[in-house]
Design a binder for this molecule. Structure first.
Ligand code: PLP
Length: 377
């Protein structure tokens, strides 16, 4: 007899992104615009720092929160870049942003709590909220240029609201929240017992000034800030990230982290110190050129998209074709040999996500196929 498993876990399905990537991979010669990771390799100095750490036998249990040197490097980096005033005991080194999100959300949510998630959104927020028995309250931003409308946010807040998720630059839209949007959010949450989870993993990959909510230092006690080494330094496989928050919150979240993973790998932490010394400007220039190439091609084929000012995604509307985003993407793969991710995977119907984590030639091939496919509809 198969014993029953956890109720919340049983409600989960594999991510739609993986499903569409698998379908594309099974289609010979399909051009992929589904990938959400840099096509670049980890820079040599970062790899060298890791090799040196291994040669020095840095292979023993590290302290739970992460090496003091790395946490100090993070504090200095965040102070210089964003003006944040986090101390070493307010930083937790995690297994990617994924674990930081998990620890932060599981650590503050109780069953029945409400989590406001502006949509379209990265699917992991809903997954973790559900595992915690919390209730996701989607806040549609599609009608307001993917910016959060202050009145809509105010209306979504109830006495059960525990957490608001902010992700800017956003996956899947690439849109950056304006300062006016963030001011509106501040007015909505200030003085209320609500945590604001800032998933800022794309904040270094920006093509215009990027206001950040966590710069409102007066709201320090409510802030949980998530960062990743994956995207800016092409380190997705290293699984390294960090979480910052008020000392009293981090002290407790550390217990969750220690009970779940103990700590991150010892030797990888030296690599992260080196990563924080890297200049990401050449990477940003490369992505910006690809973004411009993609926007020009989409414009030429008449697919309207909000202008992405960060990350490596564009989220055009396919509404005028009258197909669901799943149907559109399935047919694009099987009939047009080009793969995109349906907007439905991010809680937004009528859109597709295109990623420009690939060479200019691949972008050109994929978009030529997309243009040809559109003509058949
Ligand atoms: N947050 C967002 C918005 C993402 O897009 C991703 C990865 O795609 C993550 C978090 C997870 O990043 P990591 O590789 O650091 O776990």
């Amino acid at each position: 007899m198969l014993p029953a498993m956890n109720r919340e876990l049983l409600t989960l399905e594999p991510s739609g992104i993986r499903r569409f990537t698998a379908l594309a991979r099974a289609t010979p010669g399909c051009a992929m615009l589904t990938i959400g990771e840099p096509d670049l390799n980890t820079p040599e100095p970062i790899k060298t720092a890791c090799k040196q750490a291994l040669d020095a036998n840095k292979t023993h249990y590290p302290v739970n929160a992460g090496d003091l040197e790395l946490r100090q490097a993070v504090c200095a980096f965040e102070a210089a870049r964003n003006g944040y005033d986090y101390a070493e005991n307010e930083v937790l080194i995690t297994h990617g942003a994924t674990e930081a999100l998990f620890v932060a959300m599981r650590g503050v949510l109780n069953p029945g709590d409400e989590v406001i998630v502006p949509t379209p959104a990265f699917g992991l927020y809903e997954t973790i909220a559900r595992l915690a028995g919390a209730v996701v309250v989607p806040l549609d931003t599609a009608r307001t240029g993917f910016q959060i409308d202050e009145a809509a946010l105010q209306a979504a807040i109830t006495p059960k609201t525990k957490l608001l998720v902010l992700n800017s630059p956003n996956n899947p839209t690439g849109v950056v929240y304006t300062q006016a949007t963030l001011e509106g959010v501040r007015r909505a949450v200030e003085g209320r017992p609500i945590f604001v989870l800032c998933d800022d993993v794309y904040s270094q990959l920006v093509y215009a000034p990027c206001p950040l909510f966590a710069r409102f230092r007066a709201l320090r006690e409510q802030l949980l800030v998530v960062q990743s080494f994956s995207k800016p330094y092409a380190m997705t496989g290293w699984r390294m990230g960090y979480l910052m928050g008020d000392a009293r919150v981090i002290e407790k979240l550390l217990l969750y982290h220690a009970a779940t993973v103990v700590s991150v790998a010892s030797y990888a932490q030296d690599a992260c110190i080196e990563a924080l010394r890297q200049d990401v400007a050449p990477t940003v220039r490369l992505y910006r050129a690809r973004r411009d190439r993609m926007l020009a091609a989409l414009d030429a084929m008449g697919l309207p998209a909000a202008r992405p000012e960060g990350a490596f995604y564009v989220f055009p509307s396919i509404a005028r074709y009258g197909l669901s985003s799943e149907e559109f993407c399935t047919r694009a793969i099987t009939e047009g040999r080009v793969a995109a991710v349906p907007g439905s995977c991010f809680g937004a119907e009528g859109y597709i996500r295109l990623s420009y984590c690939c060479s200019a030639e691949q972008i050109d091939t994929a978009l030529a196929r997309l243009a040809a496919f559109l003509k058949t509809l």
